[in-house]
Design a protein around this ligand. Sequence first.
Ligand SMILES: [Zn+2]
Length: 167
Amino acid sequence: MAGYCQKDHAQYQDKIDLVGLSIHSDDFFMKQAYQQALCAQEMGEVPVGAVVVSGNQIISRGHNQTEMLHDSTAHAEMLALTAAFNYLGAKYLSDCTLYVTLEPCVMCAGATYWAHIAKIVYAASDPRRGFKKYHKNIIHPKTKLVSGVLKNECGKLLDLFFENLRN
Ligand SMILES: [Zn+2]
């Protein structure tokens, strides 16, 4: 499945302490998205990760793969959404929540509109390319939006990545 990282992330367990978190909380699922971002980082991709949750279960995962797939649209959200459609065999995700470590861009926010996604939870804001800069109504009017969950951890990964690129 494209975008689904199947690597063993045991080496990151110290960084993502799941102990004490309710397994159905936004924090818990964002940590799963964060794991995907770490996987992207390891592959030299922009460290953004996403998971789609339905009925408190993760049904798909994705992380940025623009380098590996030679596809500038292979954002974490696009890959996770496509995998979720495939998993459910449905073209709408009206009972699903998308967790993503960075505010979606216009393309990905548009994709969640078409997917009729119930809820989007993102971590760090993206003042440069995030959809809110353009129009917050790009997402579906019925879609609930939550921001800032684990924003420091997820934002730090991105800051470090771009800092290293410049050096
Ligand atoms: Zn995007």
